[in-house]
Design a protein around this ligand. Structure first.
Ligand SMILES: Cc1cc2nc3c(=O)[nH]c(=O)nc-3n(C[C@H](O)[C@H](O)[C@H](O)COP(=O)(O)OP(=O)(O)OC[C@H]3O[C@@H](n4cnc5c(N)ncnc54)[C@H](O)[C@@H]3O)c2cc1C
Length: 294
């Protein structure tokens, strides 16, 4: 089913995973997906590595997840470092496997490189790959958006203009970059609505698992860690259990508040670990339930 049709009827719950480095990690990933099935996610998705490094593996994992779990799986496709033919082939494979939804991205530059350079004859922006998919396929299409602005954007207004272009080209809903202060999300949604973006904007939340990891991720994504959360992480930097607990409590508060404000869905960046997400969802009644009931 197209995710847009699900969003028309209920608040969605979704989980994002990444492709593991080895076979053991792959089996752990499938165990995690299996154990999270009881929360009845509306869709799951699996990212690919920076620079398109794991695109083939990502496709195989999505296909396996779709076949084995029967869940709605959204494929990630990016144009970073790929030719048009390669990207087209990935879309064809998803289509032939019955995967109906894709999130179309430019992608991050390969590791070790700070700036994005399109492959020769490749797509330069998410807008280009969205246009290509719209003209050649019949997918439900999602795109990324950035409540605090994309790190390469000169200002929030220009980023919003390009976000609007993604929607005008055919993105049916948006998923936000992670954020730790809900005010960024509310402000972004306000600005987006004023700019004429009328599609659902699903907040993306990432439970903190480890202090140094989250500093790396927020540095790359440009997301802010609020001062009080930052102080707590600093105080417990060497105690991973304490940090994980701080992360659970913070993300739970964020999700509760967002749901009370009628967000169209909640998307969790699960980082392939089940502990935190389980603790959060066990305390989050109504995640993913019909908005008619909430
Ligand atoms: C939900 C989500 C999932 C993600 N999944 C992955 C993943 O699987 N793999 C991965 O590597 N990364 C992933 N990312 C990160 C993403 O690839 C990076 O943030 C990347 O730097 C930008 O991708 P984009 O699709 O937003 O690019 P774009 O929309 O192309 O934006 C990139 C920059 O160019 C500007 N821009 C956009 N369109 C144009 C245009 N037509 N002309 C000029 N400038 C333009 C934008 O303002 C922005 O500054 C994800 C991000 C999110 C929020």
């Amino acid at each position: 089913m197209k995710i847009k049709n699900i969003l028309d009827n209920k608040r969605t719950l979704s989980f994002e995973f990444f492709p593991p480095k080895d076979e053991q990690g792959v089996e752990r990933l499938f165990n995690t997906i299996d154990s999270l099935k009881r929360y009845e996610p509306d869709f799951i998705d699996i990212t690919y590595g920076a620079g398109g490094s794991t695109q083939r593996l990502t496709v195989e994992l999505c296909v396996r997840a779709y076949r084995e779990s029967g869940m709605t799986v959204m494929g990630h496709v990016a144009c970073a470092a790929q030719t048009r033919e390669f990207v087209h082939g990935v879309l064809e494979r998803f289509e032939s496997e019955g995967i109906e939804n894709v999130i179309l991205l430019r992608g991050d530059p390969p590791r070790g490189s700070d700036s994005f350079v399109p492959a020769e004859g490749g797509f330069a922006h998410a807008t280009d790959i969205i246009q290509h998919a719209r003209e050649n396929f019949d997918f439900g299409i999602a795109a990324a958006c950035y409540p605090e602005g994309h790190p390469e954007s000169p200002d929030l207004d220009s980023d919003l203009r390009y976000t609007k272009m993604k929607v005008d080209q055919g993105a049916e809903f948006l998923i936000t970059q992670l954020f730790y202060d809900n005010d960024y999300y509310y402000d972004f949604v306000d600005r987006a609505r004023r700019a004429g973006i009328d599609v659902p904007i699903i907040p993306g939340l990432m439970p903190i698992l480890n202090a140094s990891q989250i500093r790396r991720i927020t540095d790359l994504s440009g997301a802010t860690i609020p001062a009080d959360l930052d102080r707590q992480l600093e105080q417990h930097a060497d105690d991973n259990r304490a940090v994980r607990q701080i992360g659970i409590e913070h993300t739970l508060r964020q999700a509760q508040e967002l749901m009370a404000n009628n967000v169209p869905g909640v998307h969790f960046y699960v980082l392939n670990r089940r502990y935190s997400i389980t603790k959060i969802l066990d305390n989050l009644p109504g995640a993913g339930v019909s908005t008619a009931l909430s």
